[in-house]
Design a protein around this ligand. Structure first.
Ligand code: F6P
Length: 539
């Protein structure tokens, strides 16, 4: 048995014993014992402040958790990722999204290729293209300026840019609108195109592979819609592509001079930092897009350079792992108290669950502990009036990440104070709970039990001064690295997604059958029944 395996087993055994004690702890009592607990369990990095004091941990827990992380070679594996080692072993690729946000002066070479030069060249092309559209130099086929940009893509080619455009709403150039079209459902494209004019609309067909069924169908429908007014020769003024697959882009009919490339070492869910972020750069301008990259880079440096005990992504990753491993938590709530972050939980679902929803280790052996929890959430205060009841009095333990900006981008202090009061109150209520009032007649004996909130429920609170391109970049990079950390703790490959492929294969088989073509494929009874009923009832 290897030395590292022995260390790993010993660290895990110590944690398992310690967790048995920690499960009995009461969070309010931990605060009573340590008057400086807030100070001891908070961190600041890259413009973000993390309060993680409302967790079932003490100094020993942190020491055991970081010890376990070291026994999993977290530092070495982090460094390997940054250095371009093929950490995505099943696809034999590095995962170098961090290079996309590195400063221009950083030279990075891999296998004889200066990748940093390629990154900077594409950034320049994003800069030029976005500037031409924003300045009104790029004109549509009737000589009008572009007012609407439609990003057609799905998964990582949609969620990141859609989230960033929503989050950076106050930075969007007035008169310019960004739309996101992902679903193959025809109602989605109807909803987007309804108020648009082919004369003033630019489509960005964003697809790493340029083979994704949904994206190509939507792009074809968009092209047909455009051709109801424009001519084939006008297409170049209204369609650009972002892809790693120039051949497929050309076959589709988009001039590759209008294609911005990226590389197979950028995972789809980590691609907003690449040319996939073109819609963001157009909407908010290149300076803001570069600030977004710089914010992420500041978090990258923090992740690379800070000791594990003071490392924000490491701490978030360890805490999430702790509850998943030892407290039976099967989900994790992301609660942004900022309306412009409403798509952040949605984007994180792909970042986290597509990365860590895995059942075998890097060695291909079934894992022995649960992997990615369900990531879910929506903005506060809306969630408080929907599902927070379950957090307070339900039977599951759901760790929560509250995310807020202290200063808003509007000037209505009263609304902001109310928002933050609710955010802090929810975290407090989850932890402190509400004990049974035994005073006779006070609340009425009959209702006393119903009013009890057990409390002792954990949460993190992340605060930023203000939501800006820089803090957004840092926030997203924080969660990307948190996901990476957990992947290391589980010893899984966070950069492949084989599970998604199966559904694509089966959909491709079923499609001709729904179109009435004969098929040699057989299906289970339910699927066969659904296909038969659809064929019988469809108009
Ligand atoms: O959903 C699976 C997936 O492969 C994602 O990883 C990716 O972000 C998405 O499909 C879109 O893929 P593409 O950019 O190649 O169209």
């Amino acid at each position: 048995m290897s030395d590292s395996h022995t260390k790993n087993t010993a660290a895990l055994a110590a944690l398992t014993d310690h967790a048995a004690l920690a499960r009995a702890w009461q969070l309010p009592a931990l605060f009573a014992e340590d008057k400086k607990r807030f100070h001891h369990f908070s961190l600041e990095a890259a413009g973000l402040f993390l309060d993680y004091s409302k967790n079932h941990i003490d100094a020993t827990t942190v020491s055991l958790l970081t010890g376990f992380a070291r026994s999993c070679s977290l530092e070495q594996r982090r460094d390997a990722m940054f250095q371009g080692a093929p950490v995505n072993a099943t696809e034999q690729r590095p995962a170098l999204h961090t290079l996309l946000r590195a400063p221009a002066e950083l030279r990075f070479e891999l296998n004889g290729e200066v990748l940093s030069n390629e990154v900077q060249q594409v950034l320049q092309r994003i800069d030029q293209l976005s500037q031409r559209i924003r300045s009104g130099e790029w004109l549509g086929f009737t000589g009008k300026v572009i007012t609407d940009v439609v990003n057609i893509g799905i998964g990582g080619s949609d969620l990141g840019p859609a989230m960033a455009c929503a989050a950076l709403r106050p930075f969007i150039k007035p008169g310019l609108r960004a739309h996101f079209l992902s679903n193959v459902d025809g109602h989605a494209i109807d909803a987007v195109l309804t108020n648009l004019s082919p004369e003033t609309t630019l489509f960005i067909v964003a697809s790493k592979s340029f083979t994704t069924q949904e994206t190509l169908i939507n792009a074809r429908v968009a092209r047909e819609w455009f051709l109801t007014k424009g001519k084939t020769a006008d297409l170049a003024k209204h369609f650009v592509a972002v892809s790693t697959n120039a051949k497929a882009v050309a076959e589709f009919g988009i001039d590759t001079a209008n294609m911005l490339p990226f590389w197979d070492w950028v995972g789809g869910r980590y691609s907003v930092w690449s040319a996939i972020g073109l819609s963001v750069a157009i909407a908010v301008g290149m300076d803001n897009f570069r600030a977004f990259l710089a914010g992420a880079h500041a978090m990258d440096k923090h992740f690379q350079e800070s000791p594990l005990e003071q490392n924000m992504p490491v701490m978030l990753g360890l805490l999430g792992w702790w509850y998943r491993q030892y407290f039976g938590s099967s989900s994790h709530l992301i609660a942004p108290y900022h309306e412009d972050l409403r798509l952040f939980p949605v984007h994180l679902q792909q970042v986290d669950m597509e990365s860590n929803g895995k059942r075998v280790t890097n060695a291909g052996i079934p894992v022995t502990s649960p992997t990615a929890p369900v990531i879910w959430g929506s903005t506060g205060t809306n969630g408080q009036h929907a599902y927070f009841q379950m957090l307070h009095q339900g039977t599951d333990l759901v760790p929560v990440d509250f995310i807020a900006a202290i200063n808003p981008s509007h000037d209505r202090a009263n609304q902001q104070h109310t928002l933050l009061a609710n955010c802090f109150a929810q975290a407090e209520a989850l932890m402190v709970g509400h004990q049974k009032d035994e005073r006779a007649g006070h609340e009425g004996e009959a209702l006393a039990e119903f009013r009890v909130l057990p409390g002792n429920r954990p949460s993190n609170t992340l605060l930023m001064d203000k939501l800006t391109p820089t803090t957004l970049g840092a926030l997203l990079a924080l969660y990307e690295h948190k996901t990476f950390v957990q992947g290391v703790l589980w010893d899984i490959n966070s950069f492949d997604q084989w599970g998604v492929e199966r559904g694509k294969t089966l959909a491709a088989r079923i499609l001709p059958e729904l179109e009435g073509k004969s098929s040699t494929h057989t299906h289970d009874g339910s699927t066969a029944g659904l296909i038969a009923r659809t064929l019988q009832k469809k108009h």
